[in-house]
Structures are given as C-alpha cells and as structure tokens.
Design a protein around this ligand. Sequence first.
Ligand code: GAL
Length: 647
Amino acid sequence: MRLGVCYYPEHWPRERWALDARAMRALGIGCVRIGEFAWSRLEPEPGRYAWQWLDEAVETLAAADLEIVLGTPTATPPRWLVGAHPEILPRDANGNPRGFGSRRHYCFSSPVYREHCRRIVAQLAQRYGQHPAVVAWQTDNEYGCHDTVLSYSEAAADAFRQWLRERYGDIARLNEAWGTVFWSQEYRDFAEIDPPAGTVTEANPAQRLDFQRYASAAVASFNREQVEILRAASPGRDVLHNFMGFFTGFDHFEVARDLDVATWDSYPLGFLEQRSYAAEQDKACYARTGHPDIAAFHHDLYRGVGRGRWWVMEQQPGPVNWAPYNPAPLPGMVRLWTLEACAHGAEVVSYFRWRQAPFGQEQMHAGLLRADASPDQGAAEVRRAADDLARLDPEPTRPAPVALLFDYTAKWWLDIQPQGADFDYLRLVMEWYGALRERGLDVDIVGTAGDLAPYAALFAPSLPIVEPALAERLTAFEGHLLLGPRSGSRTCDARTPPGLPPGPLQALTSLRVVGVESLRPGSERAVRYAGRDFAMRHWCEQVQCELDPLARFADGGGAYLRHGKVRYLAGWPDAGLLGAVLDEVCAAAGVHTVALPRGLRLRRRGSQVFAFNYGPQPVELPVERGRALLLGERTLPVAGVAVWREA
Ligand code: GAL
C-alpha cells in the first residue's frame, strides 16, 4: 500500500513546490492528487488555456519521484462559464437556481455543461495523458456532495422524459406501472410529465423512484463521458473517482462499472458527528477515534464497488471544519486509520490535505502541515504509518467468509415510503454490519450484481425490490441466507406484489407477509427466542406460513423463520435479538465467531490478523499464547494497532 496526499499547487507560491515535494517524500508519501478544483486557473478566459503553471507543478512533483493523480476540474465551473450559460446551474425542488460562489454548481443533465466538461477534460488529457508521472485520473470530485444529484432544471426534466420513453415505450405502460389512475394522475403523453416536485402533498412514489433512477443514470453517464476521453488519450492509467461516505444519492456500483478503481473520502470524526446513527453516548465515547464500524464499513463497501480495487483518496489528518463539533483525533488515530485501510485491502491512503489553507471556506480544516508549513499532528503519524507498512509486507486480501448485500435502490425506496420515522435503511445496514464485526468477522459487501459464490452466509438487511436476475441468483445461492424485513415488498415498478410480500422471494422463504406496522420509540414488541426474551422495535410484520418459527412474538406469530438455508426476520430486531440470530446463522454456516471487547475490531489479510482498538480502555487481544506479534502489544493500548499471524 502506498501513501498519498491532496495538494493544491495553485494555492502556494511556486518557490514552495519543490520544498513541499521533498517534504512529502520525507514523510513516506509517494503519490499526489492535484488539479481537481483548478478550472479558473487552467482556463482563465473562455478558450484561453494557461498550462504553464501546471506544467511546472507536474515537473516539480515528478522530479521528486512522486506519482501524480490528476483531477478533472469539473466540480467547479468558473464564473465566466456560469455567466455565459446560467442554465448549467442546478435547480432546487422549488425551481430556484443554486448559485455561484462555492462548488458543485452544475446540473448533471445540462447538455451545455457536458460539452464544456468534455472540452476541458480532452484538453487536459491531451496535454498530460502521456506524462510518465501521471499514473491516474480522478473524474470530478465527490459526485453528489452538497446534495447535488437531484436537479429540477429544464434540462433534467427533458432528459427524465426521454429516459421514461426508453424505459416504458408507451405511455399506457407508464400509467399502469405508476398506478396513475390513483388521484387522476393519468398522462396522455410523456411530454406531460414533470419531475416530482412542488406537488401539494407527496408525489407519486413510483415517479419519485424513477426520477431517482434517472438521476443516478445521469451521474453515471456524466462520468462515463469523461472516462472515455481519458482512456483514449491516456492509456494505461487508472481512472477513478472519489466517492463519499454515507452517501446514497446514486448507485455507486453503476458509476464504478466504468472505473478502474473506486476511491472514497474518509473523515471518521466528521462522519460520527454529522452522519452516523450512533447513540449520544457512543458519539461521546468515540468522539476522538471515530466509530469502530464507520471507516471499516466504507472500506468494505468500496472494495465491493471497485471490484477489489479501491483507495482512500482523502483521509482526515486532524480536525475537519464541517461537522457540528470538530475534535482533534486522539494521538495515534491517523496512523490507526491508515493501517486499518491497509488491513481492508486499500492500494493507497491519501491524506486531505497537505497544508492547511490560510484562506477560503476550509481555513479551519487541518492539513498534515499547519498554514505556516510547520508539521501538524498528522505529519508525524504519517511517517510512523509509512515505517509500519514497510515492516509489515501485507499478504493478499482473500474473500471474507460472509457477505452483506447492499442495495442503493433499497435506500431510495425506503426513503420514499418509510412508513415509520425510524425506518432508515442505512441505519439498519450499519446495525447488521456492526453486529457481524463485533463477532470478529471479516465482511465483504456485495451489490445486487455481485458474485455470491464465495460466501458461507449472506446477509440482506432489507431488499424491498428484487429484480428477476437477483431472485434467480438468490435461489441458486448455496450458502445460508438471512433476509431482513420488507424484503420483496415491492415489484420493480414499486407496486405491491400480486401475491403480497415477499413477492419473488415467497418460494424461497415459504411465507407471506400479511400485515406490517411501525412502532414509535419506546414501544417495542416482545420476542421469545431460544428461551430468552428480546424485542422488535421500529417495525414488525405479521407472517402467514406453515413453518415452525424459530422465534415468536408474544401473540404466537412468527418473528424469525427458517426454510432450509433461508431465514427471514419479520421485523427490526433489537441488539440482543440481532446478535442471537447472527450467531445462529453463523453456527449453521460453520463460520467461527468470537465476542470482541468493546471498541476492538479485527481484520485479516491472508494469515495476518490486524487488530484496532477504538475503545476507551486498553484491551487484551485474542492471540494464542506463545504467538509472536508482528506489530504492537498483546495488551493493546487505546488507539493501538497490532498484527499477528494466524495459525
Ligand atoms: C471532501 C472534499 C474535499 C474537502 C474535504 C474537507 O468532501 O472532497 O474537497 O472539501 O471534504 O473535509
């Protein structure tokens, strides 16, 4: 694994560049990402390109033996372009343009903007595509950041209508699929359809799902246009994009199909504060370490998204500037996060950013260096991580024994029709993932088209819409399968299945869901399982079947059911029930689990076991007596990392 850093030569005087490059090398950094927001410096006037500074920056970095990842600058259209073509701005759901002055102020559907993107990308690719130091290209920056996937512009409306024409062929078929007879919504022509916004109350849910599907496809095609240009002009280089954590606005598997490598931006403390589902006491406990499952979950997700090839493109080096509270990482955490990414199979971990900016929106965001170029906390830890990596010689990553099925469509659908304020797909997924990881397991995350064959057990926390191809693959799957609530509850057209849920999974599960209810906080329903008392919260289902349930609600109804190797959970289990169910599945599948102490996580590369202590106390590692550690100590300190070889 290599180390990298995000660098903005255009922010600093030229005299600094060579000094910075040397200082990067001294920390063990081998690769630098540049250029992704530099459009106004690359093309200061329409059609007038200013390459000289970038030529010099590239040469300076190359002379220090640094590999370069060049970003396309399309996340930041310059002011002159917005002035000439205000129609490229995205529109919010009220139809108002989102203005110039920050970033991501463009609509994915704008043909004019796409044309300018192809032009600037082609220019860049032509100029630097064959440069020996340029090893990879990053398309744009964080698609969807700042809520920019959905745009309600004229261009988006037109393209949505065209997408619907292609999907449905004729308007009668669309009316049928969307059920537009309900509330007199029937259309006579595709031209009459608008994006779902501005309606008096909730818009048609099938229309909303299709608009989300369209928007996801628009991100993918926007990306693909850049990829094709880059591949043609810059053969042999990896093309990648930096995805975001906890972001589901488009289907990452779909976008990544056109990429060589999936990368993601890891901000463990910012995510815990701003986007996690952690309880307040966990937020306090992990405020300076990050939650033990958040970075790991995304490492596993992007390994799946990238078909095995993935990087951390931006790693938090100190406090960020964008969460409600921005603590400094505990000493040791920058190193721990780096080694953890290695344990999960990353090819590169790259820090954001080299030096703290003394101007602009992110002045409060730490870098490896302070604004005055003196080394900050992160710098020393990067050097330490580089030394650890040099000593470790990590073995190849193998498939995990179990996989979790992650589906972007599930997230979209369950947001459109949550039927209960607490039904959040990501939260459910994080609970299942965390419970598996607390049992010491390595977990692969697969999409709905992923290869299921390697796994002894497959966990699908919820799978509301099951395309026919996936239903076939689940039927053919030979391992143990656990399906969560609401699986198979809608057809591909977002209708209730004719024979009721779980629709195409009825034969597999041998049951029917005849009723559902959501529960307010504090009102749970008791469940009895293997002689112990647990509960379902948030969501419960009423099941009809001939099976003898493994667990029952107090009224005798089935709560946890098994048909051969396929199991179904008829609700949202509390932590105890979820744990007991996962233990049962793992035992049946022959997957060995351990009970890890709070905050400790394990991850394997070949025979090497990595251990990470996110918890507030030192912990004793589950290592056999007499086995020597390759790194760290048996009593693992807070923020500590250890590695040993499994027998
Ligand atoms: C990322 C983004 C970077 C920078 C960083 C700050 O989301 O890609 O450009 O803004 O956040 O944490």
